[in-house]
Structure formats: structure tokens, C-alpha cells
Design a binder for this molecule. Structure first.
Ligand code: C5P
Length: 412
């Protein structure tokens, strides 16, 4: 199931044309075993040393090398890859690739991906000792360091040329440890208890029918995974949805109705330091649910009597403990921002995430969302359309900022 630090992390593993490429296979194996999702990008010269078949079999993803797949003409977007990656690791990095990276010579997929990478980049040089000691290599590595790239210095030892000296790529286990240390250092919710509601609720009419809604749970699950990746212990209370939990730090509690969700929330939110209400809870439920299937025969129509469901966010908000951060969602069609601000007050929340219904690609069932964050201090942060994973990261950045005391939270 993977380890807590690397589970679900997106890593681009860049492989270049050096003999140490065979060691990248071990690194890839370690990363995949730890639960990371690894996309291999290999230079044309890299393929002379190690076959893409081995790499795609181990990573479970087609290896990317060219801008286009020759037979299908499919274009590989280096921009998408750069955005997808939580980390890019180039191991081994030859003198040539290091020089191209230092100077922005984007003549292959690997260097263009590097230029598009938004997150951290690590480089593990591997070359002969004289090449490594050459002033141009030293200069280029210094430049990369100045650009914020982390250099995993090569070790000294016997080289492929049988010469002995510095230039041997660091061992895969040590590169793996550096990767783990990098992600560990970013765990800004380490040990924090987070409770989340997600998905729809189903309100039973009879054994085969219910009142429900289109919520897929994707946003809540993305938040749960991101919290867990950032070190939190997460309780995820979810209504009926077909998604899987990936991270080992997420405890999943399946419920069906709003009443069941409230019961679970009372338990799970009791000692949570952060509570996030992303579920699309049905506002009403049938006054009574039939134990047998309702028949059509002998009726010309039917009226269903509905009663109001509990407001889970408001109930938990009413007994909020000092220091707890509570976050709600709002989906409004009119006066969005003032309604969201009102909800913040009424439900005793610290942040309301406003989903747009007007923008294409936002809201139910999509993989993308466009949000605004409404805060107690009156500030409203507008974000562009992003993947739900990136939206989750923005929301959690906001929560971390509230926890740090840099912003005002609700006084209790
Ligand atoms: O009042 P409204 O339904 O617009 O509020 C939305 C917010 O309140 C969401 O965070 C949702 O998860 C939460 N909510 C709830 N229980 C309800 C209705 C909404 O927790 N019965």
C-alpha cells in the first residue's frame, strides 16, 4: 500500500544516456513500491542504455521520450507533465543534459519538461571523473543550484571507464532517501487530525429508491489525499461514491444518509483540529421510508412528504472548540459571495470555499474546479480553473495559513 510519505506523490523520473541508467530501474522500483506515481521521461540516448519496455512495465505508465508518438502522432504535453509533477528527479544526469538545463536548451522532451516543472527538481549527475571535474560542468551545476535545483552529488569510486574518482551516480537507496526527506520536509500538517465529509447522501424512499444528487465525492477525496500527503491523520466520512482511498493515513467511514453522516461526524470531528464539510448533503429526506417497494398499480400519482435534514456543518460548528478550523463549501447561483459570507457566520466556519456553477469545468463530477475562498477577515481569494488536486492544495494552503495565526479565525 506504500509508505506514508510517498504514497500518491507524482514524480517525473528523467533518465539520460549514461551507463548509470541501469541503476534508475532500482530507483523506479523503490519509488513505485513506496506508492508514488512515477512518469518516466527518457532522452533518446537514454534508450540506448535501458529499454522503455522495462521502465513502462515497472512504472505502469507508457514511457515518454519524444514530443510525438511516432505511429499515432499523439503529442506529449511537457507543460501538463511539468504541472502534474510534485517532484522531478533526473537520474542519471549526463554532462550534456546538465549543460542544456543550465542554459535552457529545450531540444528534447526531458529538458522541456524541466523548463515547465513548477515544483522541486533534483539532479543526480553521473559521468567520468574528468568530465565531472571539468570547469564547464562545475559552472553548469553551480548555475542549476542558483536556479533552485537540488544536486545529489556523485560519489567517488570505480567508474565505468575503470578509472577511480568522483562521478559515480549516488546509489538508488540514497537518492530515494533524499526524495523521502524532501517530501517529509513539506509535511505542514504532520500529525494534525483532520475530519472531512464528502460525496452525496442518499435518502431512502423504499428499498430500491432514494433521493440523491450528482456529487461524485472527487473534491472531498482530493482534499483527503492532499491532507494525508501533507502528514495529517484523516477521517473521511463519505456518502455513496465509487472512489477509492489511496493513502494509508486515511480512515474511511462509509455512510448513506445525512442522519448517518451526522452520527459519524459527531464522533470523528470530536477531536479533529481541522474539519472540512465538502459533502453535498440532501436538505430533505422522506418523512418515512417504506420497507417494501412502492407499487405503481392503482395510483394516478404520488406525493412524497419530506422533512428537513440536520445541517451537519452548523451542528458541528455550534460546538466548535477553540483553535479548531472549520471549512465549508457553498454552491450558489446568485449573490454568491455575500451568501458565502453569510454561511460563514451562520455555521460558525472559518473559511467557505465557493464553487462556481457558471464556469465550464467547475462543480459536480468534473476533474476540475474553479473556486473562490471567502475568509472571516472579509478577504476573498479568487482562483483560476484548476485540477481538483491543485484546488485541494490551494484550500489546504489556506488552512495552514489560518493555523499559523497569520490570518484571523473565528473567535469562540
Ligand atoms: O447551506 P448549504 O447547504 O449551502 O451549505 C453548504 C455547506 O454546508 C457545505 O459545506 C455542506 O457540506 C454543509 N452542509 C452540511 N449539512 C447539510 C447541508 C450542508 O454539512 N445538511
Amino acid at each position: 500500500m506504500g509508505n506514508k510519505t510517498l504514497s500518491g506523490r507524482h514524480i517525473v523520473l528523467g533518465i539520460t544516456g549514461g551507463i548509470a541508467a541501469y541503476k534508475s530501474v532500482s530507483l523506479l522500483r523503490l519509488l513505485v513500491k513506496a506508492g508514488a506515481e512515477v512518469q518516466v521521461v527518457i532522452t533518446p540516448a537514454g534508450k540506448e542504455f535501458i529499454t522503455p519496455v522495462t521502465l513502462s512495465a515497472l512504472s505502469g505508465r507508457p514511457v515518454v521520450s519524444e514530443f510525438f508518438t511516432a505511429n499515432t502522432g499523439e503529442w506529449h504535453s511537457h507543460v501538463d507533465l511539468g504541472l502534474w509533477a510534485d517532484l522531478m528527479v533526473i537520474a542519471p544526469a549526463t554532462a550534456s543534459t546538465i549543460a542544456k538545463m543550465a542554459n535552457g536548451v529545450a531540444d528534447n522532451m526531458l529538458v522541456t519538461t524541466y523548463l515547465s516543472a513548477k515544483e522541486h527538481v533534483m539532479v543526480a549527475p553521473a559521468m567520468d571523473l574528468d568530465m565531472f571535474a571539468h570547469p564547464s560542468t562545475t559552472r553548469n551545476l553551480r548555475q542549476l543550484e542558483a536556479d533552485g535545483v537540488e544536486i545529489i552529488a556523485p560519489a567517488a569510486g570505480e567508474l565505468a571507464s575503470h578509472l577511480v574518482g568522483k562521478g559515480r551516480m549516488e546509489e538508488p537507496e540514497n537518492i530515494f532517501a533524499r526524495i523521502e526527506a524532501f517530501f517529509n520536509s513539506r509535511e505542514d500538517l504532520k500529525g494534525v487530525r483532520v475530519a472531512i465529509t464528502a460525496g452525496p447522501t442518499y435518502e431512502k424512499i423504499d428499498p430500491v429508491r432514494f433521493i440523491g444528487n450528482y456529487s461524485s465525492g472527487k473534491m472531498g477525496f482530493a482534499i483527503a489525499e492532499e491532507c494525508a500527503r501533507r502528514g495529517a491523520d484523516v477521517s473521511l466520512i463519505c456518502g455513496p461514491c465509487s472512489l477509492d482511498v489511496k493513502h494509508p493515513s486515511i480512515k474511511r467511514i462509509d455512510v448513506e444518509s445525512a442522519v448517518e453522516m451526522l452520527e459519524a461526524a459527531k464522533r470523528e470531528f470530536a477531536d479533529a483540529e481541522v474539519g472540512i464539510f465538502s459533502a453535498a448533503v440532501a436538505d430533505y429526506r422522506p418523512a418515512k421510508s417504506e420497507s417494501s417497494k412502492i407499487k405503481r398499480e392503482g395510483t394516478s400519482g404520488m406525493t412524497l412528504e419530506l422533512v428537513k435534514n440536520p445541517d451537519i456543518a452548523a451542528e458541528i460548528g455550534a460546538s466548535k472548540k477553540p483553535g479548531t478550523i472549520l471549512v465549508g463549501f457553498a454552491l450558489e447561483t446568485d449573490n454568491e459571495k455575500s451568501n458565502a459570507a453569510h454561511k460563514l457566520e451562520k455555521k460558525n466556519l472559518d473559511m467557505v470555499v465557493l464553487n462556481s456553477l457558471k464556469d465550464k469545468g467547475a462543480g459536480f463530477r468534473c476533474d476540475t474546479n474553479k473556486i473562490s475562498i471567502v475568509l472571516r477577515d472579509g478577504e476573498i481569494l479568487d482562483f483560476p480553473l484548476k485540477s481538483k488536486r491543485e484546488v485541494a492544495a490551494d484550500i489546504i494552503d489556506g488552512i495552514v495559513e489560518l493555523r499559523s495565526g497569520r490570518r484571523r479565525v473565528k473567535d469562540v
